[in-house]
Write a protein that binds this ligand. Structure first.
Ligand code: GLN
Length: 386
């Protein structure tokens, strides 16, 4: 049998998606892969029903159905102030996952270097390898997961083609401040690098923290490739709708990558999602309040375990320090949490470049009753082990 491509031997299947499969096998409450167990807004469900009876069952325009891109441009402008042209600045993709792959393949030549903060969302390493780029890792330091300027300067001295910034950040929950983002921008300008941002949690931020749209920083638009998704904002992770937003010259190239990768995102879902993009500002305020409540419910349970963790500033993940529990490592801990406690979380090492094996990432995008049930199980299990 012929050998498969050697680039595939240097990374594993997603630990996040693998943990979900194990959780399902054992009937555990799944707080590993980040997705809600509640429905999207009623407006989207109604629009979806209607879309099934409309003329939306064949390919949409490759780079995104016009009505979807128009609604998306208006929504982006409403929150970032950027005058987005739906025909020149956007490509609709299958989730931010495809958007990131498109961004990397659009920005990087094989052999180019890309700065990645560690811990990082596990897709970025695979994106880099698949696009032939080589990651340079810059550590983020708890408790607020900031970077050391000197580390970033050194990374940029290696002449990277791009830096990846996940903001709000998965898995750390960090929300980068305007000052931090301006520092990144200044270095990217000095070294003529792209800034590839991944911002699916833009609307899930806890006061007093605020989301800053990187592309809207003064002078940033030309070098920013923004990747985003509707998954988390409208609780539709299974719809696989995302987008790349960038300068027209970049989008012209990104369209080609996207076209040959997937042709397009699902036409009826793009049509239905317009209803989400047109929701009023109050929807986003309620979403913030909803997640702030979920965070409090879940963190209250985690506090009761006595185990250390860092409170997230945004997104819906929290990394629990399980070192006092005496497991061999986080992989064993994650498996035993699933099998013995009935709660699934992701082994933290899958997010780190450094050998970090004492963290489990849980998410709290679940109904309050699910969070209480999981919290009770975690409290019981951890107290029996310490
Ligand atoms: N972003 C989610 C997580 O970190 C999952 C995304 C995915 O599986 N595509 O769990």
């Amino acid at each position: 049998m012929p050998a498969t491509a050697s680039r595939l031997s240097v990374f594993t299947e997603s630990v996040i998606r693998g943990t979900t499969r194990l959780a399902n096998q054992h009937g555990a409450i799944n707080l590993s892969q980040g997705f809600p167990d509640f429905d999207p807004p009623e407006e989207l469900l109604k629009a979806l029903e209607k879309a099934t009876r409309g003329p939306f069952h064949q390919y949409a325009v490759t780079w995104g159905a016009p009505r979807f891109r128009e609604a998306l441009a208006r929504k982006i402008q409403r929150f970032s102030g950027l005058p987005i042209d739906p025909d020149r600045h956007l490509v609709t993709t299958c989730g931010s996952t495809e958007a990131m792959m498109v961004a990397m393949m659009t920005a990087c030549n094989p052999g180019d270097k890309v700065v990645v903060f560690s811990p990082f969302y596990e897709n970025y390493a695979a994106d880099a390898i698949l696009s032939g780029a080589e990651p340079i890792y810059v550590p983020l330091h708890p408790p607020d997961f900031g970077f050391v300027l000197e580390d970033l300067v050194k990374a940029f001295e290696q002449k990277p083609k791009a830096i990846i910034v996940c903001n709000p950040s998965n898995p750390t929950g960090k929300v980068f401040t305007r000052e931090e983002l301006l520092t990144i921008l200044r270095l990217a300008e000095e070294h003529d690098a792209f800034v590839i941002t991944d911002e699916p949690y833009e609307h899930i931020v806890y006061a007093p923290h605020e989301h800053v749209h990187f592309a809207a920083l003064p002078g940033a638009f030309e070098r920013t490739i923004t990747c985003n998704s509707l998954s988390k904002t409208y609780s539709i992770t299974g719809w696989r709708l995302g987008y790349v937003q960038a300068a027209p010259e970049v989008i012209a190239q990104a369209r080609k990558v996207h076209d040959f990768l997937t042709v397009g995102a699902a036409a009826p879902l793009q049509e239905a999602a317009v209803a989400g993009l047109e929701l009023p500002d109050s929807y986003y305020h309620e979403l913030q309040a909803l997640y702030a409540r979920k965070k409090e419910v879940f963190l209250e349970h985690l506090r009761a375990t006595g185990l250390p963790f860092t409170e997230p500033q945004g997104a819906y993940y929290v990394m629990l320090d399980i070192s006092p529990m005496g497991f061999k490592d986080d992989t064993e801990a994650s498996e035993r949490f699933i099998k013995e406690a009935g709660v699934a979380g992701v082994a933290g090492s899958s997010f780190f470049r450094e050998p970090v094996h004492h963290l489990i990432r849980f998410h709290f995008a679940k109904k309050e009753e699910t969070l209480h049930a999981a919290g009770e199980r975690l409290r019981k299990y951890t107290s029996g082990k310490m």
